[in-house]
Design a protein around this ligand. Structure first.
Ligand SMILES: [Zn+2]
Length: 244
């Protein structure tokens, strides 16, 4: 519903979305507070479709959001959790369409095998990175499950807003933070001024990483057109930033 490169946290649903929901036979949601707007939208649409929560059965980790501890909704960032999503989606489809059970089961098995391959790739790639360099600053605090599952530390930048370009003071803070915490790489999605990026890199020696895809996919033809491509893209970016 949100679409490529969209922001699921603050998505503003359209009347067309409500029509899609009222026509749906089943609705899949992530849950864990990711898409707070969807329950209101489902109610407003008059939909009677069953709602399947894809994260059902996942052990949530805690994260800080606006000064409060909340469940971290980005559970798909661990491939082990993605397997649980697949099982929940298979079961949801089978419940609303029992005649298709065999097909859903076959497709789920085939996708789970791909996830096994993906998880081996992720673990192998992280193993290439020296343990003391597995530390990254990202503006979007979305990689906690990845960090827990694969042994990487993701640090939130101090004093950086995700909405606006940093001030000189913000910049000084982040430079201090990179130095004191000895962070080898930073991914600053909200900093678009190449001169600022260059100054951070020159002043700290930290590598400025490429584009990460945390929540939304890219366009189908882009570098993160599917879940598996998204995970591969990010691991490649982490590897490039931390091993060179
Ligand atoms: Zn997010």
């Amino acid at each position: 519903m949100v679409g490529p490169n969209g922001d699921v946290h603050v998505y503003e649903p359209t009347p067309a979305d409500a029509r899609k929901l009222s026509a749906a036979k089943v609705v899949f949601v992530n849950g864990l507070g990711l898409e707070g707007w969807i329950i209101r939208l489902i109610t407003a649409s008059g939909s009677k479709a069953p709602i399947i929560t894809a994260t059902k059965g996942i052990t949530p980790r805690d994260m800080m959001s606006k000064g409060q501890i909340v469940p971290d909704p980005h559970a798909w960032q661990s491939v082990a959790n993605a397997r649980i999503y697949v099982a929940n989606i298979r079961d949801g489809l089978t419940m609303v369409d029992p005649a298709g059970a065999a097909i859903y089961d076959t497709n789920a098995k085939s996708y789970l095998a791909k996830l096994d391959t993906l998880e081996r790739e992720v673990k192998d790639a992280i193993a290439q990175i020296p343990v003391d360099r597995r530390k990254i600053i990202t503006t979007h605090n979305a990689f906690g499950y990845f960090g827990d599952a694969y042994g990487m530390e993701f640090i939130a930048p101090e004093g950086l807003s995700t909405e606006s370009e940093p001030s000189a003071r913000d910049l000084a803070n982040i430079i201090t933070q990179i130095r004191t915490q000895k962070v080898p790489a930073v991914f600053l999605e909200n900093v678009t001024d190449p001169r600022l990026m260059q100054r951070i890199a020159e002043d700290t020696g930290a590598k400025i990483g490429g584009k990460l895809y945390s929540d939304a996919l890219s366009e189908a033809s882009g570098p993160a057109g599917s879940y598996i491509a998204l995970m591969r893209n990010n691991v490649r970016e982490f590897d490039t930033a931390l091993t060179s």
